[in-house]
Write a protein that binds this ligand. Sequence first.
Ligand SMILES: [Mg+2]
Length: 256
Amino acid sequence: MGDQGVPIAVYSTGTANCIGKEFEIPRNPELFCRMIDDAHTITLDVAEVVGRRRFHSFVGVGFDAKVVEELAKHRTGAIVMSAYARPILTALRSYAWPKVAVEVDGEEVCREASFVIVSNIRNYAIMEAAPAALATDGLLDVCIFQKPGWFALARYALGAFTRTHTKDRDVIYVQGRRVRLSTAADGVPLQVDGDQGGYLPADLRVIPGAVRFVVPAHVARRLGGSRTPLERLHRRGSRRAPAPGGATPRHHAVVA
Ligand SMILES: [Mg+2]
């Protein structure tokens, strides 16, 4: 990602399809093609786990990352929701609730978090963890759940389903450009866009306006996007990334 000259269109065929939901990308192939033809784009922030990889949606540290770590041990290819059942059971038996320190823009926000989500978008799997997130504002949204334990986690999950968790007194919700996640414990994993993303400590930073992203017209209007005539997209595509054999790439279509 990151080539401003070639807008990206994502057709959702994944498990959670968070990006597709966030930007209301049509699943109907005909409507999807019409969206590309309409050529409305927004300039989207991405983010980076510094020194490791970029991400478009979110990073999680806590029970979710433990589940993803367990899943990664046995995963052989594409997954479906039911593939999470065994890793969840394993994590339920073994998760030790390590304490995580969270710094945002150089300031300590929480010393003993139990679960942290740093997000570029509102959606998080089947819930909405970062309701104030906007992928065009140059900021990351940081949602910190402080209390450890299954009872607290169940309460937080219910809150995220009903979009009331940010009112919970144990939840800290802030925004910033740089986030540092660290811990004194060993082997605390993080998940990055739903994949195993290594272990703490981790430094995250937003990369404002890194990608031009094709969205439906009404989403472009809501997020301050613009319409780029398709001919111009073609010219930019051919100038920046000539395809083998002379064909001109119109968009990078990413299946996620
Ligand atoms: Mg943002």
